[in-house]
Design a protein around this ligand. Sequence first.
Ligand code: SAH
Length: 490
Amino acid sequence: MNIKKNDVFEVIIEDMSESGEGVGKLDGYIWFIKDAVIGDLIEAKAMKMKKNYGFARLMKVLKPSPARVKERCAVARQCGGCQLQMMSYEEQLKFKQRKVYNNLKRIGGLDNLYLPGEGPGAGEKDGEGDRAGDREGGESGRKPVIMEPIIGMEDPWRYRNKAQFPFGMNKENEVIAGFYAGRTHCIIENDDCLLGIQENREILAAVKQIMTQYGIKPYQEESHTGLIRHVLIRKGFRTGELMVCFVVNGRKLPYSEGFVERLLEIPGMTSISYNVNMEKTNVILGREVVNLYGPGYITDYIGNVKYRISPLSFYQVNPVQTERLYGTALEYAGLTGEETVWDLYCGIGTISLFLSQKAKKVYGVEIVPQAIEDARENARLNGIENVEFFVGKAEEVLPKQYEEDKVYADVIVVDPPRKGCDPVCLDTIVMMGPKKVVYVSCDSATLARDVKYLEERGYWVERVSCVDMFPMSGHVESVIMMRNCGLKGK
Ligand code: SAH
């Protein structure tokens, strides 16, 4: 390979990386090129090179891929938040589905897995019968598992219910709001991210107007001066309630009545507050919230479970797809009202509360104490009494409960962070021998690793689906149902 740094070369994009960069090959050397789409012929400039792979910048698209579309957002490339915006939504969904499929096949060793509409049983409806039993014995034994079509959004824009806009100043000394350009702290002005709600623009305009009127300065990171660092905006999609929280480098927000009065002109405005963050830090929110107007929270629903969302509480950013994701988990769990369910890595208990309406009892386990406080509060708020939450590591709480109290589960649901489940946790699951394991995952590589581990210990994959929670980004969520095929456990 005789390409040197800054050389310009032509390459065809053949694949896409985990994070959505285009991947091209020249003489066996692999190039990662941001903003290039599978099928593009491009001109690229070599930027950074390692032994077997390098990074290049997209200079010109010579022949666009059929999957390529024009970005809707003027700053899509600088921002870096939407890695896939230049790909048609249909192709994005195909890309994500294939990513999950490839990982489950290559890492998970699922050679009986097929893409939707493919495979020997194509077209047949999957029965809920005792298929695991059918698979015992026979050498090729495994029935085909056909992935269900990926669940995308009808409208893949404006799905985020939360945004945190950094504030700053442009060269003309005017107040601006926007986002940090990929991996930097330069603010690029943009008050209408197309993934966010329409109201963001009006709220930001109102805030800028009041700041200018009263001479309130945005925060300057280099000098650690100025007041307003970020503005956090949240909306309850089901209720229409809006929340604004100013993140300030100070103990007070001067002229707060002016802000409140102006913001209340916006329909739906329900909660206005400020958050104190005087640290030199990249962390956006400080610990203290001071209420300026309203009850201190907004309300929203996932399914028919109600949530109180305060500025500091965690809440899924795409509630529409969250409901579909957890709805799939519920369907896979196949509850009749008699089951005992464990929900490991339960966060604020969204899955636990969702399942509790169809189960006898749900136990949730989560490492962050604040999340468990929220989970318990949410259970109370909804009058749900058949759930119980534990604070601690799944790999410690579950073994302890099993050894000491011989706890039982019909179904175990896991929704771990990107690194997947701890082997001790998986071993305990196998020992407990639930009929089903439902695995919800945001990283299909670690999902595939854990699926392999469970398959080798008697849990066979029966249903697989993916949900697109973050259109325009490279992320994809999956849900898998594995059934106890009777090798171990009961
Ligand atoms: N289903 C949850 C979200 C799960 S995200 C909800 O609806 O809120 C993964 C969660 O796992 C996070 O809340 C994280 O704090 C938690 N976590 C990370 N490591 C853990 C561990 N070892 N044991 C238990 N929980 C853990």
